[in-house]
Design a protein around this ligand. Structure first.
Ligand code: PGA
Length: 271
């Protein structure tokens, strides 16, 4: 039995007063829901505010990115020990936006952003290793662009991202990772991936882990779906056998909708 996870990725939203309000509202409404792990990933600037608002609850704190070095002359970067000292237990790594891969902006803009947000398969692998070494659970994201889907490359792209992410890791290390399949064209666009197709790609991720590591590890790793998850579509997604929860952007910014997602995941996966 894999316990489901509902993780809220707040992205670049919420100053500290807003973060305090949203985290407190979620803590109040979701505090007693059992059977689903809940993670909130606010911006770095709101980590301690949210940690305070969540203290005494089972809701875990996560960051949206980290650098692999422990400390040093890396202006603007944040290390694993810094995240731990804010109370983080999780860290999102390799989100498509950090890889400079966006679903909706125009092509020129995307090309420009690719240079700014420079995560690659290699940096993702280094960040995963660093996160694990600081006892942070990485939530490792991957997924194809619309153009890749349209040209039949979905499986190759996703399999390649997963293989690169776990390169050089032991079976024990891989078993501690949470994966998230996030088709880039479905992120922030309102366009959700069909539930059975999301399930198929997540099964492929599991098979990739089985081949690269072991059946046992593949069966125990949690793999989330992300990309326009909302109350209207969460039921169909959570009913899929391979989908162990959601990584949620837009719908995690309202306590009511986020808590509804948590309730549905808990209810469906309990049965
Ligand atoms: P979305 O974002 O739910 O707003 O599509 C998901 C994500 O990027 O993790």
């Amino acid at each position: 039995m894999r316990t489901p996870i509902m993780a809220g990725n707040w992205k670049m939203n919420c100053d500290n007063p807003q973060a305090e309000q949203l985290a407190s509202a979620i803590a109040e409404q979701a505090g007693d829901i059992e059977g689903c792990e809940v993670i909130i990933c606010p911006p770095f600037t709101a980590l301690t505010t949210v940690a305070d608002a969540l203290s005494g609850t089972d809701i875990a704190l996560g960051a949206q990115n980290m650098f692999w070095e422990e400390k040093g002359a890396y202006t603007g970067e944040i290390s694993g020990p810094m995240l731990r000292s804010c109370g983080c237990e999780y860290v999102i790594i390799g989100h498509s936006e950090r890889r400079g891969r966006f679903g909706s902006p125009d092509e020129d803009f995307t090309a420009e952003l690719q240079k700014v947000f420079g995560d690659t398969d290699a940096s993702v692998n280094r960040k995963i290793k660093a996160a694990l070494s600081y006892d942070l659970t990485p939530i490792v994201c991957g997924g194809e662009l619309l153009a890749e889907r349209q040209t039949g490359q979905t499986d190759t792209v996703v399999k390649g991202q997963v293989e690169a992410a776990i390169e050089g890791l032991s079976a024990d290390q891989v078993s501690r990772i949470v994966f998230a399949y996030e088709p880039v064209w479905a992120i922030g666009t309102g366009e959700v991936c069909e539930a059975d197709e999301a399930n198929r790609v997540i099964r492929l991720i599991r098979q990739t882990l089985a081949e690269a590591v072991s059946e046992e590890v593949a069966a125990q790793v949690r793999i989330l779906y992300g990309g326009s998850v909302k109350p209207a579509n969460v039921r169909g997604l959570m009913e899929q056998s391979e989908i162990d929860g959601g990584l949620v952007g837009g719908a995690a910014l309202q306590a009511d909708s986020f808590c509804e997602l948590i309730e549905v995941a808990a209810e469906i996966k309990r049965n």
